[in-house]
Design a protein around this ligand. Structure first.
Ligand SMILES: Cc1cc2nc3c(=O)[nH]c(=O)nc-3n(C[C@H](O)[C@H](O)[C@H](O)COP(=O)(O)OP(=O)(O)OC[C@H]3O[C@@H](n4cnc5c(N)ncnc54)[C@H](O)[C@@H]3O)c2cc1C
Length: 406
């Protein structure tokens, strides 16, 4: 992100997987490939934060820089409701691709925006007819029987969303004070006028995506960007061969998906739903076909075996042992006490997994500890919707037992 400082100015949350650390792109560069010139992020407008929180990194207790977002994929952030800055001003057309709104927010105080809507929001959301992954909110309201408020709660947004009987009260909850509060209230009133006229004379938003702010309760939430991935990978040609700095093919080197650039150069057109996952799968398939015909690949390089990880020993010395493994949000440490061949869990932590999600809960509630003690080793069932956290806990137990092994 150092190459794309605009991103840091507007991002409040991470949606990417910590194992995706750019090592594929680095390996390609070391092998002679060139990276795209223009750094390009994929960011979604769904990183909800509390009032007063700025976009950008914060330094955490473990010395790691992280984004402050309370929720990294609060889907309703992508609905084209009124969005204002900290001064209560509208600053962009809310009916644009996710990252356009965010880059505009990156030039506003704190790099965040506040989304506001009223008690008619269910009908508004259905009328807005958002597409792609932004339509998740609409689908839940239109077809799954949720109200928008219920869906916000279901989607993990209740801590950051505010609800009030009046816009005045909502303004206070959202942190607008003095002149900023007056501006906020005036912006809401003006937005009602635009709705009445069915014409957005300020930013040209489509009439069907205007909405009123007149029917209580009123809702508001602060958002910034949620970073999904970089799109400026290795420069490739149409055959997915990696090119060097002079645009010549690096023999035998291919790149697909997010490790490759070129396909999404400088922009992620998310109005083509599934285009990123779709191109990754399609490119992967095509690439394997190319490799099969490429003389640069000797037959011996076309098959390989994956080594099984070292198994945990089954006999241990008494003592206290700690093992570490990478979770979704950071390193997970598991500390085991072993006495007379029996394992008890002293601690699992610190817990940097995503709050409110199953992996975080299984650590903080002691569920993983119970499973480890029941299994007397790393062979635990874990829990659904936390595959990676479960894997990290198992690996950390294994590593502790390797230390303890006789
Ligand atoms: C929250 C979120 C929502 C998204 N929504 C959509 C959507 O609605 N539609 C859409 O089209 N796209 C979406 N995307 C984007 C899409 O998922 C990605 O562009 C796509 O998955 C990229 O595929 P890939 O195979 O290139 O990389 P990945 O799917 O990231 O796979 C890379 C793999 O490599 C592994 N790895 C990393 N480093 C190493 C190493 N050194 N050694 C071995 N393995 C390694 C990783 O663990 C990972 O399994 C979304 C992405 C995110 C994060």
């Amino acid at each position: 992100m150092a190459l794309q400082p605009d991103t840091v100015h507007c991002v409040t949350a991470s949606s990417y997987h910590p194992f995706d650390d750019g090592s594929g792109i680095k390996a390609g560069i070391w092998a002679g490939g060139a990276k795209e010139n223009d750094a390009t992020p994929m960011i979604f407008d769904r990183g909800s934060v509390l009032p007063g929180q700025n976009a950008g990194y914060i330094l955490c207790d473990d010395g790691v820089l992280r984004y402050p977002g309370q929720n990294y994929q609060l889907n309703i952030g992508s609905q084209p409701f009124l969005k204002v800055n900290r001064k209560g001003e509208r600053f962009a057309n809310e009916s644009t691709p996710y990252d356009n709104m965010l880059f505009a927010a990156g030039r506003q105080p704190g790099g965040v925006f506040c989304q506001v809507f009223d008690g008619n929001c269910d009908a508004d959301i259905i009328r807005f007819k958002t597409i792609g992954c932004a339509s998740y909110t609409r689908a839940m309201v239109e077809y799954a029987g949720f109200t928008a408020e219920e869906f916000i709660d279901f989607d993990g947004g209740s801590e950051t969303f505010f609800k009030a009987d009046t816009l005045d009260e909502l303004a206070d909850m959202l942190g607008f004070e003095g002149a900023d509060k007056e501006t906020f209230l005036a912006t809401c009133e003006h937005y009602n006028e635009l709705f009445d006229a069915q014409k957005d004379t300020d930013y040209g938003k489509e009439a069907y995506r205007l909405s009123e702010l007149r029917t209580p309760p009123f809702y508001g939430c602060w958002f910034g960007g949620s970073l999904l991935t970089t799109l400026d990978g290795l420069r490739v040609n149409a055959k997915l061969q990696v090119l060097d700095a002079d645009y010549n093919v690096v023999p035998g080197l291919y790149a697909v998906g997010d490790a490759s650039g070129s396909f999404f150069n400088t922009n992620y057109p998310e109005y083509f739903p599934g285009v990123a996952a779709g191109r990754s799968v399609t490119e992967g398939r095509q690439c394997v076909k190319m490799i099969a015909k490429d003389a640069a690949f000797p037959a011996s390089a076309q098959s390989f075996e994956i080594a099984e990880p070292e198994a945990a020993p089954t006999e241990w010395n008494d003592g206290t042992y700690t093992g570490n493994a990478q979770g979704i949000g950071g390193m997970i440490s598991v500390t085991l006490n072993i006495k007379d061949g029996k394992i008890t869990v002293a601690e699992i932590g610190p817990n940097y997994e995503t709050p409110r999600y199953p992996g975080y809960f299984a650590i903080s509630s002691g569920l993983f500890a119970e499973q480890i003690e029941a299994a007397q080793g790393p062979d635990i069932d874990g829990i659904t919707a936390a595959t990676l956290t479960t894997g990290a806990v198992k690996m950390a137990v294994r590593n502790a037992l390797i230390e303890a092994g006789k």
